[in-house]
Design a protein around this ligand. Structure first.
Ligand SMILES: Cc1cc2nc3c(=O)[nH]c(=O)nc-3n(C[C@H](O)[C@H](O)[C@H](O)COP(=O)(O)OP(=O)(O)OC[C@H]3O[C@@H](n4cnc5c(N)ncnc54)[C@H](O)[C@@H]3O)c2cc1C
Length: 410
């Protein structure tokens, strides 16, 4: 048994956990910091499996945590990637209404974007077709966000990990969390080969993504909530498909649910992905087939979905009608064709990429939580709903987490 004393322990080495480590060092380079992750390498979950879009900050109601950190976070992450020589595709993004009734939502998004400090403007159909010659808008206009860009998430994670190690952060990977004692500020982890380590910490951050609610419960927190896993499957555009996508193409989203809808995203490596879906998964890590299925969780999840459907909470029936079945290729294709009418089944090839959103569900309120949520315990802070745009916002979100944790208030 090894015993380690660390000023800071961070559970979870995804983008949020590593951004917290980065911002802690910016405050005080003498802190000893340990990042503990259950996987043998970082990037195995959401941060390594997302669209890589640095969102401009358009969707979020002003004054929410998302609105407060997205615009600055995107600028900072983009500047950091550029300073590191990592690929950044500065391609912008167009948001189009797929039906004429959704046209009015463009005004709302424009207002929100401007209130949040994002650069955004309405464009007419001619300009839209100039940007997306193969696209379709159901009204005569669209919304243009010139500052949206796309990065390669795995490269970003690898480089940040490397930089943190160079600055003295210790990474403990493949580590199983065995026990916690919040009052004593201790936790015990075991690694392959039966190495057991007890950490005594000054402060702990729980950035465990899809498992963050379970970790929080071990600390006696997060009782009101559970994470519901929504799977994001992608398709890739066939390299010989007769389209030329130079910018992101997004639908006007259903603002009642925290999913942005099937979209088209060009990558810095020249490939183009379509997706992701937002379909219920049968386990938090149920990426493919029967892998990672959690039968009890799945049954409870179906119960939660049925109750959402019954009460039509947040217009949930629209989600169920329009998005829940996108795992079926013809239905996915139909959603994509609303944006790109010329798209055919043979233009889509399966993509290796699949991610699962760590979506928080508040059982007491009976609704999906839209904003980031932090809970604070004895010398610990728990990040409970690190859904999109937590990757984009990570550096600014980490500053907000540190502020709310009052770690440097004296
Ligand atoms: C399909 C999809 C597309 C998305 N697209 C975008 C996008 O384009 N732009 C954007 O900004 N955001 C996007 N997001 C959201 C974004 O990926 C997440 O908000 C972000 O990656 C969350 O980071 P995280 O560090 O909290 O979680 P994660 O990356 O999941 O990291 C959590 C880490 O905790 C570890 N862990 C879990 N349990 C334990 C434990 N008990 N002990 C130790 N370690 C543990 C895991 O192994 C993991 O490494 C997308 C998400 C999905 C799923």
């Amino acid at each position: 048994m090894t015993e380690v004393i660390s000023d800071i322990v961070i559970l979870g080495g995804g983008m949020v956990g590593m951004a917290i480590a980065n911002q802690l060092i910016e405050h005080d380079k003498h802190l000893s910091i340990a990042v503990i992750d259950k996987e043998p390498e970082i990037g195995r979950h959401s941060s390594g499996r997302n669209s890589g879009v640095l969102h401009a900050g358009i969707y979020y109601p002003p004054k929410t945590l998302k609105a407060n950190v997205c615009v600055q976070g995107a600028k900072r992450l983009r500047a950091w990637c550029e300073s590191e020589g990592l690929p950044v595709l500065a391609c912008g993004k167009v948001i189009v209404p797929q039906t004429a009734e959704l046209d009015g939502q463009l005004e709302l998004l424009l207002e929100r974007g401007r209130a949040n400090g994002a650069e955004v403007k309405l464009i007419d159909e001619e300009k839209f077709l100039e940007l997306v010659p193969d696209g379709h808008t159901a009204s005569s206009r669209a919304l243009w966000s010139p500052s949206t860009c796309v990065v390669k998430p795995k490269l970003v994670l690898k480089r940040l990990e490397q930089r943190l190690k160079e600055r003295g952060v210790r990474f403990i990977v493949g580590a199983q969390l065995d026990a916690v004692n919040p009052q004593a500020r201790q936790l015990r982890v075991s690694q392959l080969g039966d190495t057991t380590t007890t950490f005594t910490y000054g402060f702990l951050f729980n950035a465990a993504g899809l498992q963050a609610d379970r970790v929080a419960r071990a600390f006696g927190l997060g009782e009101c909530c559970t994470l519901l896993p929504f799977k994001g499957i992608y398709w890739q555009l066939h390299p010989r498909a007769p389209f030329n996508f130079r910018t992101n193409l997004y639908p006007v989203p259903d603002l009642h649910v925290p999913f942005l809808g099937v979209h088209v995203t060009p990558s810095p490596d020249g490939t183009v992905s379509l997706g992701p879906t937002a379909i219920p998964a049968l386990g938090r890590e149920n990426y493919r087939g029967f892998e990672g299925i959690e039968p009890l969780m799945a049954i409870q999840f179906m119960g939660d979905l049925a109750s959402q459907w019954w009460r039509n909470a947040g217009g949930f029936r629209r989600y169920a009608r329009e998005q829940a079945l996108h795992g079926i290729k013809p239905l996915f294709l139909k959603a994509a064709q609303a944006l790109v009418p010329g798209l055919r089944s043979e233009h889509l090839i399966p993509s290796q990429k699949v991610g699962i959103r760590a979506q928080l569900y508040d059982r007491r309120a009976g609704e999906l939580v839209q904003d980031f949520r932090l809970e604070h315990g004895h010398s610990s802070t728990h990040v409970l709903n690190a859904i999109s745009p937590a990757f984009t916002a990570s550096f600014a979100l980490a500053d907000l987490i540190l502020d709310q944790s009052s770690l440097f208030s004296n």
